[in-house]
Write a protein that binds this ligand. Sequence first.
Ligand code: 4NP
Length: 154
Amino acid sequence: MKLLVVCLGNICRSPLAEGALRAHIEDSPFAGRVEVDSAGTGHWHQGEPPDRRAIACARSHGMDISGQRARQLKPEDFDHFDWLLCADASVVRDVLRIAPQGSEGKVALLLEWAGLQEGGEIPDPYTGGSADFERVWRLVDSAGSAVVHRLSQM
Ligand code: 4NP
């Protein structure tokens, strides 16, 4: 199983989600059997580490995401990954706009795919403060356990 988490910049939400999903999966019977990566629909932060507020938030929860580097979603991702799990509905729309024909069915909202909340979105914390990053953390951490649960039901 190969999962790609997608947000807009790949410096806030999807790096935190990548870290949380990895941690939950590595701590489960699926360790080593699931590939997790992240990407952004935008190109602005390509090659950059996660936003320092995302790094600090992860660190406060015992996780180091500072080694991640932002990259833009690319056409081959639709072949390589089984699922493209998006942070919010506008990301879903942007991803569907560039999805090759036949791969639309791989695109979903992360929280919905995890079974947490139909239509559930992870709000963009970029122009917010540490409480907004904390809220993202809580959502992606819950998504991490929910994804493990979903994998166990497959
Ligand atoms: P992310 O947050 O999509 O969670 O990584 C953002 C990061 C950067 C920008 C927007 C959202 N930006 O406009 O540069």
